[in-house]
Every structure is written in C-alpha cells, then in structure tokens.
Design a protein around this ligand. Structure first.
Ligand code: SF4
Length: 703
C-alpha cells in the first residue's frame, strides 16, 4: 500500500488556502490544512476540509468524449481523435462561412493560469477573434476597471499579512464570514487579540460578517456611491484627510472635492437609508485609523454602477492616504481560486496578457510578435452576457464552454437556455455531468479536475502557487492543457508545441519580463521547493512583493493615483415599481460553491442550508400575508422562482435575498434564482447587476 503526501492549494475561493493531501492507495485522498502555509496557517473552512469527498466520488464524472452528429441524434461515445477532429472541422467551417467573430470561448476563474493563457493565445492569436470571456466577468470585472482607473493597472495593493497590521476594516458588499471564511477568521482572531480593532460593515443584510461589526450600515441596495461621498464629505469638512499624500501623490482631487462637498448629507441619508449620525460615526472611525483596510466583493462589483462603486470606495483610501504602508489599503476579494491568474494572462474579451491593452495598437503588435502571428484584432470581444445574446440572435454560431455552468450562473436563465438551444455547435469541456449546461453539448469533453493535473494559480493577494498532479483522472479525461494543445494541432496552428504544463508556464512568464507583473524569474523549481510567491518577482533571488506602491509611485503615466468622478452617483438599475415593489439581491451561503456541481454532492455540506429560502423582512412578509416556511412565488419581469420563506429582520425592509447556487433540480427549475435576474450590466465593466432586480413576492397557491 502506497501513501503519498502532496502540498497544494484549495480549488474553491480566492483566499487560496494551503492544503496537504494524503493519497492512500487503499482509502483514497484525504485533506488537512497546511500549518506552514502563509494564507491559512493550518485552517480550512467547511468547503476546503471536505474537498476529498469531491475527488474520491467519481460517480458523476464525464469519463470519455461524447458527441452527437446533429441536434436530433443522441450523444455517443467517440475517441479523442474523432472528437477533436470534429471540433476542428466545425470551428474551421463556421469561421470560413461566417467569420472569426461567429465563434467564442467562455471559460472560468477555476482554470489554471497555463490553461487561461493557452485559451487566450488560441482564440486571440490564432482563431482571430477576441470572443473569449470568463465567468470572472460575473464577479470582479468592475474591480479590474476600478483599479485601472485609480492606479493605472489592475493591481491589488496589499496582502493578508496586512490584516494583522490594521486597526480598522471597512467591509462593503461582502460577506467574507461565508464567502472567504479563512480570511474572515484572520480578521476575527485579530479583533479577539486587539479588541480596539474597529469593523464597519456596509450591507443590506445583517450577515455573519456584520454580526462582528462595531458599526453595521444597513444600506439600501445600489446607493454605495452616495454613501462613500457622504463619508468623504464629512472627512473633508472635519479636516480628516491626508493633505500631503493628496498633494504629492494624487490627481484630480479638486474636482472630486467640489463634487463631494456639493452633496447633501440629508439627501444621502434618505437615499441610503442610513442616519447622518451613523455616517458621521463611520467617518470618525476611519479618521482615527492607523491602518485602514477596505474589503469588498460582489455587493459593489455586481452592479449597474459597479465601476463607480469601486472608484468611490478607492477614493476613501486616497483621501486618507491609507495606501502603500503596512496595514493599509484597498483589497478586493476574488471569488474564484484563479480569477487573479486569469486577469494576469488577459483572460477577458477586452484584455491582453500581462496587463497590456487590447485597444492599444502597440500592445497588440507586441503580443502578436511574441506569439508569432501577424496581428491581433483590435475589436473588443463579446463579454459573458454579450456572447449568449449573440448566440440567441444567431450572430454567434458556436461556443466552447470550459469549466463553468452558465445555465445556472448567468443572469436571466431562460435567455441562456434559448441561446444554447439556438447555437449551431456547443462544446462543453468539464469534469462532471452535474452541470446543467452539459445537456446542451453537441460535444462533451472530459477534463481532469483538481489534483489530477498540474499548473499554477494566483489568489486574491497576488500569491502564485504551484498545484502538483497527485492522482490520475478517471476514464479518458485529459488535462485542459492537453485538450487545448490537441485541438490547436488539429487546427494546424503553429505555436502549440508544448510537451508539459511547465512549457506553457515558461512561455507565459517570459512575456511578463520587464512589466509590472514580472514573474519571468519565478520558475516551477522555486514554486515547488520554496512555496508561494506574490508578484512581481523581478529577479532570481527575489522573495516576492507583499505590498505594492510602498514608494507611492502608481502605474499611471504621472505615477500619481487618480481620484475618479463617477459617471453615475445614483443607481441606474431597473427600479422597483407597483408591479414589482421589492429589491431582490442574490448571494452565497456558507457551505456551497457556485452552482453546486461539486459541493452539492457532499452530504455533510447540505446540512447547513439544505434548500434555497427567500429571506424576507417581517414587515414585507406581513404585507403579503406570508408566514415562516410558506412556499412563496418570487416573480420578476423575466420569470419566477418557488421557494420557502424565511422571515428575518436581518434583511432590510423592501429587500429580499435568494442564494444563487441552486439550478439542478429533480422535477423542475423553479428554484433557480437566475430565472429572475435581469441582463442589466455596468456600462464599462459589463458585469451583471445581480444585486438588484425588482420582484414581487406572493404566497404560492396550488392551481
Ligand atoms: Fe478553500 Fe476558500 Fe475555504 Fe480557504 S477559505 S479552505 S480557499 S474555500
């Protein structure tokens, strides 16, 4: 009996906890937290500590390629060669007939960096379209734009180690107690040791994170920019700003100051549903901070004004000079384990690798030269929701979906369903039959999962880790890198002569040389032998960079950070009305991950919240004659959902909450939250407005 021990990284959230895997040839895989890992120091949350169940249970796995010759044919088992020859033939023929923009790839923040890089090289360099986007569009694209507008590049300035150096936290639109549990545990432990540590939470719900707060601002959804401006106004009027930092290291302050000072606290109070005294208290807490960290996630990003919400919050760090020093800085939380790695390799329709700009012809040529192709199209590709619109309208004919389940995760599920039905050719490359999207596949490709392949990931704090292969994938499943290389060769593309994942990593990292994300000196050996590193790592012996902007030089042309003026201060979402009077906000629960294709099969993770519930305030429940546990129908202009009611004063009056995870059902799809959500997106980041849909709620009456 053989027993091996492997050090790797959790495959769920962007916290990126270190895991030790024991692989016992008799009992399978087991996991424990890595006590020496700088992120989690041995801790794991419920999802991480149950990862082995997902690996050991292969009953749902796709074991061999399956294909159907036409929509009316059943799926049948085929060889890898037949599968990829068909994929190549169909893609080549569609491109020949309808042009390169008639095809697209929709991928995932769970892809490893090498996979993300290869997909982007394949699509942008060789298929000659920028139609490659990712489900990370749904969770952090507003933060990417916010960072670029403020610092000149998409750069998270600080690290988890700053948590223990801070004394004030502003958590806005995030519930890390559920969604980034180990990060939150570090904040909790820090507060336990240092009771004077202050926490402000901005959220329409009194979440488990808000329960730890010294001040909970129970905001009306969509009004975050107004609130940030109100706090800024108080800080400026009371002289609680860092004038030296503002003068020497920022641009555009006067415009921002004029805008903020012209706002009215009374109006802000009314719009946000927060008292002026609470706004003043928040400003006082921030003013007294020695180390101030703002943390945020989907509550700011998933919005019709997501970019404005981001820059409004970033402005508070600039105003108070809390950046570039220990224990201070803004910190967006990524939902997925490698959303950050995807950003580094340009894994979105409007990005290029190593933070180069798609709309910059010089950058495009640099990338084209590096890949040995003539040009890269300057036309931005279709983003996540735009791709499915294009499939529905027939402008796009074929889509290749890798490691994501858009049938459940994209807004307005009915539209996604129509789009997939209308597509001429759908390739689904995934590990599991549990995905609702897989049933629309014309070609189903079995991919290797976590622990079954190697590669790298970058967590929320720019920390790169190497994930080794520990076990073989089941059946004929192949690593995503192998599948993509084989497909590229079937397309007769040069530039894909990689023998290993490490070869892909080497090529990508050479591209980073001399850039702000330089990891060209960080090779697999160092990652395997020395552990994780935070980019940039601009030399052979370099230890990595926990904190950016320590020299107060930003990545803008002037090297100054920029105060941004919002394009919209008040929310532009579709507002509630007489027919749909309540605001639906969607989110996550503690023990589930995304669309439950993995966590949904672990019975002990189903006990915390076994089924979706609509959280509704007692006043709204009373008005609709709804009692605890009643089956209710939630209706929006797009569709409806039928779930049990959970009456709670933890949610603000006028707002209801549904978890986003459910989709796969035994009888029907009436518990799929995204039946309701709308297709409004932020105009710049194109991130969907998941946190704001006008709905009505009524008691279900049997017909
Ligand atoms: Fe995994 Fe995130 Fe939990 Fe850490 S906090 S164990 S990375 S799911």
């Amino acid at each position: 009996m053989q027993n091996t021990e492997i050090k790797t990284t959790c495959s769920y959230c962007g916290v990126g906890c270190g895991i030790i895997v024991n692989n016992d040839s008799k009992n399978g895989v087991s996991v424990t937290g890595d006590i020496n890992h700088p992120v989690n120091k041995g801790m794991l949350c419920s999802k991480g500590m149950n990862l082995h169940y997902v690996v050991n249970d292969t009953s749902d796995r796709i074991l061999y390629p399956e294909m159907r010759w036409s929509k009316s044919h059943p799926m049948e088992r085929v060889s890898w060669d037949s599968a990829l020859e068909r994929a190549a033939a169909v893609f080549a023929s569609i491109i020949k007939k309808h042009g390169p923009d008639s095809v697209g790839f929709y991928v995932s923040g769970q892809c490893l960096t090498e996979e993300y890089y290869l997909i982007n090289k394949l699509v942008k360099g060789f298929l000659k379209t920028n139609n490659v986007d990712t489900n990370s569009r749904l969770c952090m694209s507003s933060a990417v734009v916010g960072y670029k507008k403020t610092f000149g590049e998409d750069a998270v300035p600080i690290s988890y180690e700053d948590i223990e150096l801070a004394d004030t936290f502003l958590i806005s639109g995030a519930n890390p107690a559920f969604c980034h549990p180990i990060l939150f545990r570090r904040i909790e432990m820090h507060k336990e040791k240092n009771p004077k540590t202050k926490i402000i939470v901005i959220d329409p719900r009194r979440t488990d994170s808000a329960a730890l707060a010294d001040l909970h601002l129970q905001i009306i959804p969509g009004t975050d920019v107004v609130l940030c401006h109100a706090i800024a106004k108080i800080l400026i009027e009371k002289g609680y700003t860092d004038s030296d930092f503002i003068k020497n290291h920022t641009e555009n302050y006067q415009l921002y100051k004029d805008l903020v000072l012209s706002s009215s606290l009374e109006k802000a109070s009314k719009l946000c549903g927060i008292t002026i005294s609470d706004m003043k208290l928040a400003a006082d807490i921030i003013a007294k901070a020695n180390g101030f960290i703002s943390l945020w996630a989907m509550g700011l990003n998933q919005s019709a004004i997501g970019v404005d919400k981001n820059t409004a919050l970033l402005n508070l760090s600039l105003l108070t000079g809390h950046i570039g020093k220990p224990g201070s800085g803004p910190f967006s939380l990524t939902g997925q384990p490698n959303a950050m790695g995807g950003r580094e390799v340009g894994g979105m329709a409007n990005l290029l690798a190593v933070h180069k700009e798609l709309n910059n012809p010089v950058h495009r040529q640099e990338v084209a030269d590096f890949w040995g192709v003539e040009t890269i199209s300057g036309k931005p590709g279709l983003t996540a929701t735009e791709m499915f619109d294009a499939l529905e309208s027939g402008k796009m004919k074929a889509i290749w979906i890798i490691c994501t389940n858009p049938m459940v995760s994209l807004p307005d599920s009915r539209r996604v369903e129509k789009a997939l039905q209308n597509a001429k050719f759908v390739v689904v490359q995934d590990i599991s039959h549990n995905s609702d999207t897989a049933k629309f596949a014309d070609l189903l490709l079995p991919a290797a999962g976590w622990l079954e392949k190697d590669g790298t990931m970058t967590n929320s704090e720019r920390r790169i880790s190497y994930l080794p292969k520990g076990i073989n994938p089941p059946g004929e499943a192949l690593s995503d890198v192998e599948i993509l290389i084989r497909f590229a060769k079937k397309m007769n593309f040069n530039g894909f002569n990689f023998n290993t994942t490490e070869d892909v990593y080497k090529e990508y990292t050479q591209m980073t040389r001399g850039t702000n994300i330089d990891i060209s000196y960080l090779n697999y050996n160092r990652l395997k032998n020395e552990g994780t590193f935070q980019w940039p790592v601009p030399d052979y012996g370099h230890p990595g960079t926990p904190r950016l902007f320590a020299d107060k030089k930003f990545f803008t042309p002037s090297q100054k950070a920029i105060f941004n003026i919002p394009t919209a201060i008040e929310n532009t979402s579709e507002q509630p009305n007489d027919q749909f009077p309540l605001i639906l906000t969607t989110g996550r629960i503690r023990d589930q991950w995304h669309t439950m294709t993995k966590t949904g099969k672990v019975s002990r993770l189903m006990t915390h919240t076994p089924s979706p519930m609509l959280e509704i305030n007692p006043i709204d429940a009373f008005k609709a004659a709804i009692k605890e546990g009643d089956i209710v129908v939630v209706t929006s202009k797009n569709g409806n959902v039928r779930v049990k009611a959970k009456i709670s004063d933890a949610i603000k009056e006028g707002v209801v909450f549904l978890p986003m995870h459910w989709g796969k059902q035994l009888e029907n799809d009436l518990n799929r939250t995204n039946n309701l959500t709308n297709t409004v997106v932020d105009p710049i980041s194109k991130e969907p407005d998941f946190k704001f849909t006008a709905v009505s709620v009524g008691k279900f009456v049997k017909p």
